[in-house]
Design a protein around this ligand. Structure first.
Ligand code: ZN
Ligand code: ZN
Length: 570
């Protein structure tokens, strides 16, 4: 007889006791398993059964350790494990075996106790289970949870027998840590070693492709999905839509989207977000309307996508309309990101007082990012006084490098070189370092990354030579470096030199060397594109007759025939 509810389980137990049957393993195993592991079970009851048995075997102990490791009180799992260790050799508790450790490790990771986790790992090595696949997989998972990629990698590298779970955990961890290029390399190794990927692997590698702009690898992953008949599961199709749109192929994203039979909120959101970031704001809002018509309710992330569409088009009225609807119609409380879209719209259009008022009245504590949006706009609109006042007045931690760089830029634009120097000095004293600009370009399925002034590439010499040639050609066509973008006290020649070596220009130069005339070039940049690089790309697209797609931190720019899809608004 199957046990399906806890009351039924208790009845069976009571009957057994009434009939005088001795508490024995066989009678209790079903009852116990149900109480311990079923979502409608009862952990305390399971423990009672365990305690009532005279010599419970390792199945009972391990099941109990497992149940606790997944419960709201994972520490009980550790106590039980310690009891198993200590009761040796009195034979009341069995010795922990290879089925015990994965759950003890799981308990450590759920307790977020890295020290305990390391101790358990030592113990595992001591008792000789350190090459057991399941135990290793749980260790990898635990170290990933602790953000200790190094230790996870060590466990993985020493494993004699890895399965798809081991590979996927490490690939996923690399993606989480922004190391997409390595994740893709590992994925290739996995395929070469004959391991077939599953859904989770595909989702991880698609995330890596989205991050790095590795379109070819993404396409290959889609072929694997088709070949292995993994089916378009919701998480896979959403990852595909996201990958295609982040790699600049909004049409392919739409094709995948159209093939999804049962579109859930994640698929819709990925599509709307893709359209929004490509500057197709009208289509994004149309999709949103279609989604609601089909009976799918938006969530927080959908609304971020909708407001992003309005922001990228500079549509204040529409944005405000959706913003108000959020709470009233869908019961979604606006978060910082939603507020950020409205602030951004005010700030860009120069309504700095409105932006400031909006932040002060929004009822959610603003963070440095939100205030920086306003301060950044102060720089664009030349309102240095407001910027200085805000930085002094507002109760936000501006000790991140981004804020200092911004402040020092504001001083530089206003010609306040002394203040700027002081600001830089504070930054240096506090050891704050600005994230360097970097650009990635995929060529023949491999991703190459460049930082500004980078000379580490094996073909650096050719890249710089090509760049000189491009510079000459563009100058003939009227290109003038946007010297005001360089906020250093250096002469114009040095400013032009620095601009020319921005990371996306190195990437485009390499792209022009390595690809056939007429083929499309795609670049992923980690920061916002500067004015100079933007006009540089526009000219290249015309002079070299190339379609160039640049994804910067904010949005996509499709350059063609000397024009950009953003209409120079970004
Ligand atoms: Zn630039
Ligand atoms: Zn643009």
């Amino acid at each position: 007889m199957d046990v399906t509810s806890i009351s039924q389980a208790m009845q069976l137990h009571a009957q057994a006791l009434k009939l005088g049957s001795q508490p024995h393993h066989h009678n209790y195993s079903k009852l116990f398993t149900f109480s311990a592991l079923s979502p409608s079970g009862d952990l305390n009851y399971a423990r009672l059964i365990l305690n009532s048995l005279q010599t419970p075997n390792s199945y009972f102990w391990n099941t109990m350790v497992r149940a606790y490791s997944e419960s709201s009180d994972p520490f009980e799992s550790i106590s039980l494990f310690i009891a198993m260790k200590l009761e040796q050799p009195s034979a009341i508790a069995p010795r922990p075996d290879k089925f015990t450790y994965p759950f003890v490790v799981k308990a450590c990771s759920r307790l977020k106790d890295a020290n305990l986790g390391k101790q358990v790992h030592c113990l595992i090595c001591k008792v000789g289970f350190d090459s057991d696949r399941y135990i290793c997989n749980s260790l990898i998972h635990m170290y990933m949870k602790f953000n200790d990629l190094g230790s996870a990698r060590k466990v993985f590298d020493r494993m004699p027998d890895r399965d798809v779970v081991s590979w996927t955990s490490v690939i996923d961890g690399l993606v989480d840590n922004g190391r997409g290029i390595e994740a893709i390399k590992l994925f290739d190794e996995m395929i070469d070693s004959g391991i077939e990927p599953n859904d989770a692997t595909i989702v991880s590698v698609l995330r890596a492709c989205a991050e790095t702009g590795a379109l070819e690898v993404g396409r290959r992953a889609q072929r694997i999905v088709k070949e292995q008949e993994l089916g378009l599961k919701s998480n896979v199709s959403t990852a595909l839509i996201d990958m295609y749109s982040k790699c600049g192929c909004i049409d392919s994203a739409r094709n995948v989207f159209n093939e999804v039979f049962d579109k859930d909120v994640c698929a819709w959101t990925a599509m709307i977000h893709g359209l929004a970031s490509h500057g197709m704001s009208r289509e994004a809002l149309d999709s949103f309307a279609e989604m609601k018509n089909s009976g799918v309710m938006p969530d927080e992330r959908t609304m971020t996508a909708v407001l992003t569409a309005c922001r990228n088009a500079g549509w204040m009225t529409e944005a405000y309309h959706y913003f108000k609807d959020m709470k009233k119609k869908y019961g979604i409380k606006p978060n910082l990101q939603h507020h950020g879209c409205i602030v951004d719209l005010y700030a860009r259009s120069g309504k700095l007082t409105e932006a400031e008022d909006f932040i002060r009245k929004m009822g959610v504590k603003a963070d440095a990012v939100l205030w920086r949006t306003v301060i950044w706009a102060c720089r664009i609109h030349g309102d240095t006084d407001r910027a200085e006042r805000l930085i002094k007045d507002i109760d936000v931690d501006f000790t991140d490098p981004g804020s200092y760089v911004l402040l020092s830029n504001i001083y530089a634009s206003a010609g306040k070189w002394h203040d700027k120097a002081m600001c830089r000095e504070t930054m240096n004293r506090q050891g704050l370092v600005k994230a360097p600009g970097s650009s990635k370009i995929e060529i023949d399925g491999s991703v190459y990354e460049f930082t500004a002034g980078d000379s580490s590439h094996i073909e650096a010499h050719n890249i710089y030579e090509k760049l000189d040639e491009i510079y000459k050609k563009l100058t003939e066509e009227g290109y003038k470096p946007e010297l005001s973008e360089v906020l250093l006290e250096v002469d114009d020649e040095e400013k032009a030199f620095q601009l020319l070596h921005h990371s996306e220009k190195l990437a485009i130069s390499y792209g022009l060397i390595k690809t056939k005339p007429g083929s499309q070039l795609r670049i992923v940049k980690n920061l916002r594109s500067c004015e100079d690089c933007h006009s540089f790309m526009k000219l290249i697209s015309r002079v070299y007759e190339r379609e160039i797609i640049v994804r910067d931190r904010i949005r996509f720019h499709h350059f063609r025939d000397g024009i950009c899809s953003c209409g120079d608004y970004w």
